[in-house]
Design a binder for this molecule. Structure first.
Ligand code: NAI
Length: 287
């Protein structure tokens, strides 16, 4: 498998990290978003991150100059329709994603692989938006945040996805120093299913919007549990809006099992636009 021309759609937390990682693999990357402002922000964040890596001598300025040339920001109409791989990393909303996949299916070459970075929607369900031929080249590629650092990539086979394509993707990521895992198309796949309780139980422990208690829970899970981040810190990193959508989607998919139930505090925070680090206010405040 030769993945050279990549289109990433959605330049938020995940899309910008995924685009950066692919450019670091020396792939040519076209990054798209329906917000010009977000595209501009993403490019500044990626370039700043690369410049810092040069300062720390983790990359050379020659490598970074090349990466900067490889990564371009564009509108969807401007991108090359002959990409090897298109990765969707837009808002976690099933209908909006399906509308996008329908357009991508029509616009892109039949050989293009279309992948979703969804955290929770079934790949088979989303593939209803594309033609029967494309369904074989429609797959889940679930990266973790931050995508440049986290090694795991869940490769999710939908009912119609070509099994050989999944194996080839697995091998490709393996050869690029990621740790791929082949997953069944079940709600939340592996990590987001297990992690529901890592978020849900701490929310039920603190009950109220009490920062001191949250700090205490985060501290205990890091110091005693050995986790790198506490659950409240992690939810702020993920994005409260994204995490709430994923919680609702997994809960519904498991027929509203109480152990997956969303917490009223998540809903309240979304309504108050306390989205976590990206809005500078989540469970904690950020400058
Ligand atoms: P985000 O809210 O940071 O970014 C989403 C971006 O998509 C925004 O910049 C928005 O302008 C853009 N967008 C929305 N609709 C669009 C459209 N129709 N066309 C083009 N751009 C559009 O969200 P985030 O966190 O990056 O999540 C994106 C996807 O990745 C979601 O499906 C989420 O479940 C998944 N994910 C999120 C993780 C996280 O830790 N935040 C981890 C792994 C997966």
């Amino acid at each position: 498998m030769n993945l050279q021309r990549i289109v990433v759609i959605g330049a938020g937390t995940m899309g910008s990290g995924i685009a950066q990682w692919f450019a670091q693999q020396m792939c040519s990357v076209e990054l798209v978003d329906n917000s010009q402002d977000q595209l501009h922000k993403a490019l500044v964040v990626i370039h700043t991150s690369w410049d810092k890596l040069v300062e720390k001598e983790k990359l050379t300025s020659c490598q970074v100059n090349q990466m900067k040339k490889l990564l371009e920001v564009k509108s969807l109409d401007q991108v090359s329709k002959k990409a090897d791989l298109v990765i969707e990393a837009i808002i976690e909303n099933l209908q909006i994603k399906k509308d996008l996949f329908q357009k991508l299916d029509q616009d892109f070459s039949p050989s293009t692989i279309i992948a979703s970075n969804t955290s929770s929607f079934p790949i088979t369900l989303m593939s209803e938006a594309v033609s029967p031929e494309r369904k074989q080249r429609f797959v889940g590629l679930h990266f973790f945040n931050p995508a440049t650092i986290m090694k795991l990539v869940e490769v999710i086979k939908g009912e119609h996805t070509d099994a050989t394509l999944c194996s080839q993707l697995y091998q490709w990521f393996d050869s690029k120093d990621k740790k791929p895992a082949l997953c069944k198309d079940s709600p939340g796949f592996i990590v987001n299913r297990v992690a529901r309780n890592f978020y849900g139980e701490p929310l039920r422990i603190v009950e109220l919007d009490d920062e001191a208690k949250m700090k205490e829970v985060d501290k205990i899970l890091k110091e005693v549990g050995g986790f790198k981040m506490g659950p409240f810190e992690l939810m702020d990193l993920i994005g409260i809006d994204v995490n709430y959508s994923v919680t609702c989607s997994v809960w519904k998919a498991y027929h509203q099992e109480p152990r997956f139930a969303p917490h009223s505090l998540q809903k309240k925070m979304v309504e108050e636009k306390r989205f976590g680090r990206k809005s500078k206010r989540g469970f904690y405040k950020y400058d």
